[in-house]
Ligand binder design. Structure first.
Ligand code: PRP
Ligand code: URA
Length: 213
């Protein structure tokens, strides 16, 4: 795949280790859910290295008073793409317990692979926040592009997208359609199969998170 300025692929040994367990078809639903959360926390740490709104504050230590930096209150909104994106929310809430959550419900048509919207509820004032759009799987890129497009229509200007596993086809589509949106993918897989599933992938993330199959 071509290099894109707005794409970061982590390839971190700790994340790779967790992803190896995540992929395994024998991994239980409970462990799968925990791993998605842990990987999300590790990714968020890196993804928010830059661009997080902060404020200065005065802190008095036992020795003196100093100026410190803290993350601005109510600065971040998490937007999971339903269903599977829900599995990543707690992984960010561990770091930002007060982050508000907007929901975008999209379901891929199994034949056309086009996303169909069935739900959208976003917090008031989202247009002025840093919006973290999350979905474990970036396959054709249709769902991610649709969600980012909806947020831009709503006036959001500061959007980052995080996926646990990406296919080159999807990463390329989102990177080119939204060059202003930083994209973070922990691992880049080989390709999509004829049904639009990522190879080697991990199967259907929603089914594995919620036990629907
Ligand atoms: C999966 C996944 C993504 C989407 C990725 O959701 O969670 O949202 O597919 O595919 P794309 O990049 O080709 O759009 P799905 O539509 O299966 O819905 P679900 O989360 O409810 O299972
Ligand atoms: N959605 C999934 O859950 N898995 C894939 O491999 C592709 C789309």
């Amino acid at each position: 795949m071509k290099n894109y300025d707005n794409v970061t692929i982590f390839n971190h040994p700790l994340i790779k280790h967790k992803i190896a367990i995540l992929r395994n078809e024998k991994t239980s639903m409970k462990e799968f859910r925990e791993l998605i959360e842990e990987i999300t926390t590790l990714m968020t740490f890196e993804c928010l290295r830059e661009g997080v709104p902060t404020v200065e504050c005065q802190v008095t230590t036992p020795l003196e008073t100093c100026t410190q930096e803290m993350v601005k209150d109510n600065a971040i909104v998490i937007v999971p793409i339903l269903r599977a994106g829900l599995g990543m929310v707690n992984g960010i809430h561990v770091l930002f317990p007060s982050a508000r959550v907007g929901h975008i419900g999209l379901c891929r048509n199994e034949e056309t692979l086009e996303p169909m919207e069935y739900y959208c509820k976003l917090p008031d004032g989202i247009e002025d926040k840093l919006v973290l759009v999350v979905d474990p799987m970036l396959a054709t890129g249709g769902s991610a592009c649709d969600a980012i497009g909806q947020l831009k229509k709503r006036g959001c200007k500061d959007i980052k997208f995080m996926a646990v596993i990406g296919a080159p086809e999807g990463v390329q589509k989102v990177a080119e359609s939204h060059p202003d949106v930083p994209i973070y993918v922990s691992t880049l897989d080989r390709c999509l199969n004829e049904n639009g599933y990522i190879l080697p992938g991990l199967g259907d993330a929603g089914d594995r998170l919620f036990g629907t199959k």
